[in-house]
Design a protein around this ligand. Sequence first.
Ligand code: B12
Length: 247
Amino acid sequence: MNTVIRPYGDMTGDGMVQLSFTLPIAHDKRAEGAALQLAAKMGLEPAMLVHAKPMGEGFTFFVVYGRVHHLVDLNQVVVVERDYPVLGAKEINTMVRQRLRRKLSVVGACIGTDAHTVGIDAILNVKGIAGEKGLEYYREFKVVNLGAQVSVPDLVERARAERADAVLVSQVVTQRDAHLHNTREMSAAFREAFPPERRPLLVVGGPRFDELATAELGVDRIFGRGTTPREVASYLVHALARPRKAA
Ligand code: B12
């Protein structure tokens, strides 16, 4: 199998990509020229402007389409591979009963100023997402969903009160790296508040996290776009059943 690939646009291997961005300039001919200059500097050669639309006063949104000459070597791609099986609800409940001999306690929240609760609700609430029910549906899980804009001290206190096995945090807003700052603050607070063997598993999720950044952010697992509740429930039973690495 060929492990070196290039983008596909109109024909295999033609290297064509589409890119969108906004420039802080009103829409006119010069703005369109500026967008093409940026595209050329980014290596799109030749580049075509396929869409330009004013975005409020003094801003224009662009879509450009052009050829890149870069190659991707699939042998050099590093990703987080799932190291546990995705199980059904019945198997998950059985594992909790057998391994913990009590309910698995989960506390979830959006922290900081983040009010995007749809993602954490999709994972925790019964209604779930993508045809899967959320963790509340699992008979052996006890779920507390604290909702939006929860402060880190409140989260730590509630996790302690609920004897949480796992704390699930959602971060969607990434402006000024808020998701990274908030996650680091959260993981530091849990490390300070709990001895290593009593600390809940720390799980964060959101569409713009790098799943490889667990060590850097001080969490046990990161889940990204398109995560489903069953993946999370399976991870939790898997992780709580094995001895914890000191992080
Ligand atoms: C709905 C929405 C809102 C709603 C939120 C309602 C609510 N109760 O959640 C409202 C209108 C309130 C809102 C407000 C704002 N929003 Co908004 N919003 C969105 C929107 C359109 C959809 C987000 C969403 O619901 N996705 C669907 C869910 C299911 O997907 P998800 O969050 O990715 O979750 C999945 C995974 O990521 C993962 N996951 C997520 N969390 C977790 C947690 C755990 C533990 C696990 C395991 C997995 C997991 O699993 C989920 C299911 O698969 C996005 C744009 C977009 N299309 O994504 C903008 C967006 C997120 N919003 C944005 C912005 C800027 C704002 C505001 C600042 C706007 C403003 N100027 O006021 C405010 C901020 C409010 C605040 N204080 O947070 C920006 C963020 C940009 C950035 N770089 O950060 C976006 C990207 C829009 C944009 N393109 O500019 N928003």
